[in-house]
Every structure is written in structure tokens, then in C-alpha cells.
Design a protein around this ligand. Structure first.
Ligand SMILES: NC(=O)c1ccc[n+]([C@@H]2O[C@H](COP(=O)([O-])OP(=O)(O)OC[C@H]3O[C@@H](n4cnc5c(N)ncnc54)[C@H](OP(=O)(O)O)[C@@H]3O)[C@@H](O)[C@H]2O)c1
Length: 326
């Protein structure tokens, strides 16, 4: 099968289309013929040698796909050959075929095309597990999402609004902020021109954000703690602003705040399956009803994976970038 390989770590041109052996569905797995793969920041880090796949997983990048089930491994119930699905992966998505544990597979929701369904698994599972299962965002609370126009941000905003929470976002341009507003964000902060701590205080009568979903890490640590409300929860999922920061414990303690950092990819299959099951129960009905939608910025053929990475690294996109497979 054709797949994207990384013979040597480097810039976008390190991604090389090659012929690889076709994977097989082992016990408990399904083999998916890929229609599209979602591109994630993590893939760009993997390409540079900064984010290796978990032990035993495919070296091919790609954390989510949509497609059609081609074969079933031993002991798989509930799925049939020919089913249209999307799936959360630990790797291997930039390929014509990928094998995935059956517990990480979801049906394509009503009203979403087979290709665009590839935009859902990674962002929905990341947002649901962090904002709702971990940080326990409640109706009436305020969520601050950094990188509001990112794949993750566009989903976090929509889901938080659906549960009746208020949403504030940061983004780097008026155009991106306008897109965030259309998705339901109420407080729009251009981080290039404004201080998000001050804006959050003003917008919440001094309370701050109950939950912060952060992609920046070190660079925002102190200001994130300053922006938290009493009993607020800061969930760090990205390190775009570095890995080592200083934490003022007195400030955190005074707020009875929590700082949590998580990674979806490194979780064991059983935990991923539990998240996928929760997503199917709580989020899929919202997507099927058209109340939450995948925001797709661009669709390119798999052979143009390098251009897709260039696009992501230029941060010119709003929402998800997809690679399609014929
Ligand atoms: N831990 C996990 O399990 C997990 C899972 C999935 C994703 N993630 C992380 O979540 C983040 C988003 O992922 P993605 O795939 O959705 O990536 P993406 O679409 O490329 O989004 C990255 C965003 O970062 C924004 N950004 C850059 N500098 C910023 C700043 N100073 N302040 C605020 N925003 C800034 C960019 O927008 P601007 O142009 O507005 O700056 C862009 O929208 C990444 O850091 C990724 O690694 C973590």
C-alpha cells in the first residue's frame, strides 16, 4: 500500500510517499481502507523527531482517519465489512490502509461526509476527555480556549456552548476571531494586541475562567494561573510555548486551583476505548443533529502531505486540514 514515511526527520519535505507492507487486522482490530486522514500538530512534531510514536505503534504519522472497513480481526463484534467509519489511532493514518482496535472506531455521523468525518476523532476525543471528563466543565461556567481557531479550539468552543458554558478564546487575527464568534465564542481576545488575563477579568466581573484549555504550556503558565477563577482548572494539552515554566504555588493555592497536563496518544487502548464510548454517547448525537460540526479548512491528496504540513505550520488555517486517499 501507499503510505507517508519519514526516512529522515526534518521539514515538511521529510514526508515521503512510499510503498509499505499492507497491515493486517489482528485479534480485536478492524482494517480500515482510508478515505481521509486528519492532520494534527503532533504529526508535525513527529516529522521533526520530537514526538515518537508509542512503543509498538506504526511509524507512519496520522492520529485519525475515516474510511470503510475492509476486514475484521478475530473476535470483533458490532462492525461489518463495508461499514463507513472514522477512528482514533496511535499512528498509521497517512496510508491507504490502517489497522485499529475496534474500541477506537466510531460510525460516520449522519450529515457528515465520509471524508470530513476524518476531522472528528482526535479533536472530539481530546476535547471531551480534557474539558468534560477531566476538568468537569459545568453549565454556566466560563471556558477559556487558547488557539480558538485551531482544530481543537473550533471543537472545544462548539461543545462548551452546547452544554451551556460561556466561551472565551484567544487567536492571532481578526479573521480567526470572527470564525470563533460564528462557532459561539463570546469573548474574543487577539493575543497579539491584548492581555487575555485582563480581558477575562473584565468579561467575568473579576472571577476569571473556571476551565482553561491551553496549547501553549510554559509561556502561558503564570498568566493562565492569574486568569483562573477560584477552584479553576487549567488543562495543558500543548507545548507550543515551551516545556519549562515557573509556577507560583501561592497564587494557585489561594485560588484552590488545579493544573493538569494530559496526552491522548500515550493512553492505553482501554482508556482510549472508554473515551471513544463516551464520545459516541454524548457527542455523536449533537453532530448527527447538526448542532456541532467538523470545521474543515482544506482537503488535499495524500501525496501533498508536505504542503499540508506547511499549511499547518504557517498557522494560516481555521479548523482542520485533511489528506484524502483515493
Ligand atoms: N495532549 C493531547 O492529547 C493533544 C491532542 C490533540 C492536540 N493537542 C495539542 O492541541 C493544540 C492544537 O492542536 P491542533 O492539531 O488543533 O493544531 P492547530 O490547528 O495547528 O492549532 C495550533 C494553534 O496555535 C495557535 N497559536 C500559536 N501561537 C499562539 C499563541 N501565542 N496564543 C494562542 N494561540 C496560539 C495558532 O493560531 P494563531 O494563528 O491564532 O496563533 C493555531 O490555531 C496543539 O498544541 C496540539 O499539540 C494535544
Amino acid at each position: 500500500m501507499k503510505a507517508i514515511t519519514i526516512p529522515e526527520f526534518g521539514g515538511p519535505d521529510a514526508l515521503v510517499l512510499a510503498d509499505l507492507e499492507t497491515p493486517v487486522a489482528r485479534a480485536g482490530e478492524v482494517l480500515v481502507r482510508v478515505a481521509a486522514a486528519g492532520v494534527n500538530r503532533a504529526d508535525t512534531m513527529q516529522r521533526q523527531g520530537l514526538y515518537p510514536p508509542p512503543k509498538g505503534e506504526s511509524e507512519v504519522p496520522g492520529l485519525e482517519v475515516s474510511g470503510v472497513i475492509e476486514a475484521l480481526g478475530e473476535g470483533v463484534d458490532g462492525w461489518s465489512v463495508g461499514d463507513e467509519v472514522c477512528a482514533l489511532l496511535s499512528g498509521g493514518g497517512y496510508a491507504e490502509l490502517v489497522a485499529v482496535p475496534a474500541g477506537q472506531v466510531l460510525p460516520v455521523p449522519d450529515g457528515v461526509s465520509l471524508v470530513d468525518a476524518a476531522a472528528l476523532p482526535e479533536v472530539v476525543c481530546t476535547v471531551w476527555s480534557n474539558v468534560f471528563l477531566t476538568a468537569n466543565l459545568q453549565p454556566g461556567e466560563t471556558l477559556l480556549v487558547h488557539g480558538g481557531s485551531s482544530g481543537i479550539g473550533t471543537m472545544a468552543t462548539q461543545l462548551a456552548r452546547q452544554v451551556g458554558a460561556h466561551v472565551a478564546v484567544t487567536a492571532g487575527s481578526p479573521e480567526k476571531l470572527a470564525a470563533c464568534r460564528e462557532l459561539g465564542a463570546e469573548v474574543l481576545v487577539n493575543y497579539r494586541e491584548e492581555d487575555f488575563v485582563e480581558r477575562l477579568r473584565d468579561a467575568t466581573e473579576g472571577r476569571g475562567a473556571d476551565v482553561i484549555l491551553d496549547n501553549m504550556g510554559a509561556k502561558y503558565l503564570q498568566r493562565n494561573v492569574a486568569a483562573l477563577a477560584t477552584a479553576g482548572r487549567l488543562v495543558i494539552i500543548g507545548m507550543q510555548g515551551g516545556t519549562k515554566g515557573e509556577l507560583d504555588i501561592a497564587a494557585l493555592l489561594a485560588k484552590r486551583g488545579a493544573v493538569i497536563a494530559t496526552s491522548l496518544r500515550s493512553r492505553p487502548a482501554a482508556e482510549k476505548a472508554a473515551i471513544v464510548a463516551a464520545v459516541r454517547e454524548h457527542v455523536w448525537p449533537l453532530v448527527s443533529a447538526g448542532r456541532v460540526r467538523p470545521v474543515v479548512h482544506s482537503r488535499r491528496p495524500l501525496a501533498e502531505a508536505a504542503d499540508a504540513h506547511r499549511e499547518m505550520e504557517s498557522s494560516s488555517h481555521i479548523g482542520k486540514i485533511l489528506l484524502t486517499v483515493d
